[in-house]
Design a protein around this ligand. Sequence first.
Ligand code: ADP
Length: 465
Amino acid sequence: MVASAQRSVESSFPRPGWVEQSPSEIWDTQLEAARQVAAQVGVERIRAVAIANQRETALIWKRATLEPIGPAIVWQCRRTASVAAQLDDLHGEQIRFRSGLQPDAYFSGPKFSWLLNHADPALRARDRAEAGELACGTVDTWLLAKLTGGAVHATDVTNASRTMLWNLSDRDWDKQLCSWQGVPMSMLPEARPSGSEYGLTEASLLGKALPILAVAGDQQAALYGHGITSPGAAKCTYGTGAFLLSHAEPEADAESTPDGLLLTAAVDGGLALEGGVFTAGSVVQWLRDELELAPSASEISALAASTDTSGGVMLIPALAGLGSPHWDPDARGAILGLTRGTTKAQIARAALEAVAFRVREILEAMEAGAGPIAELRVDGGMTSSDEMLQIQANALQRPIVRPATQETTAFGVARLAMEVSGLDAVIEMDEDRFEPNADLESAFQRWSAARRAIQTLSPDGDLTE
Ligand code: ADP
């Protein structure tokens, strides 16, 4: 890595469960970061641009002026939860079969429809969408449009496969899925292979027109960045949530997908199995900010490392429901097994074990579909904790491998762009390995029983109650 720059993008929360970003801020911050990198390395040395992006986030803009008609509705936003539940009731099986996804507010289709329905009525958004005057897309498509001055309206297959509008076996937009979700097909971008010639950036932006040669959603980009291109290995990115992906068998389809996992397009044209833990790093944040166990995430991890066992304390990290493979949005979290002698360190350790156990549940579900997974490759903020990774190795009884570069996502699309431009993309990276050195089997079994019990005790209905 020769240069890097970062800009953060603000999220706003206009109502409980709603999450929005500003389309213009997404563009402005990314352009600033790109300009800073170009200035650091000299634009003449840059061969190509590649995009790895947050997935599912939905935007609509006017084709002629690239003016957004509403906010970017972020992947975490729950405003379409009731629409998704209704879609699941009416067409759940067909949606899973066609898109590989479990109908949920997470995915883009109903978000596009919401934006059309709630745009300024004077705009007559649905009519204009049908007339081809509006364009919709995820963040990659928005950045491609802005980078090329509106010349390109495209996405890649990995992002397309997260909209719930894309048919995995036809590898094309699905008329029926679009109709069920109220999305006019005239708005959709052209979906291309992740590594391909998307177009040229406007010369004025970075000082030179550069070819855009790769686009991929962040999780699939990370899978590729870890060098995983066949079944037998998996990666987990531990951020706010944790996302596990592995390659599926080439002949995989929705019917062979293990219950509770998603099937999704991979960067190299194949398919990937995916499962998500909604609460991973965020449980550490919660211990830091609400229980005030320690002032920083790394000190929570140090606290966990200060004790050899959690002393029978168990934490169920269902702070935002439970994701894969349970898909239980109403489940609530819990801390169990307390005594008068329970310490902060034991609670901190129980939190790290809880994340490791949730990852184990998904990995085991994955193995049912993709066969044995020999090792887990990891990245993301939480993997700066050696203790977390040792606990993960013990919970899985498999080696955990952490590459020296933590920018696996950006690295995945950079590698793809190098391949498209004919450069040698074999890159050696140092890595740390964590081998199992203790057995957590009985702790996992007790924790699993607690998790099941907690699910039966959680109230049905609105999490914000
Ligand atoms: P995101 O991309 O989702 O914002 P990051 O990859 O930046 O997330 O990871 C941030 C998360 O990692 C935070 O939730 C934080 O609590 C957790 N984290 C960061 N450092 C540590 C650490 N040393 N030990 C445990 N968790 C950590």
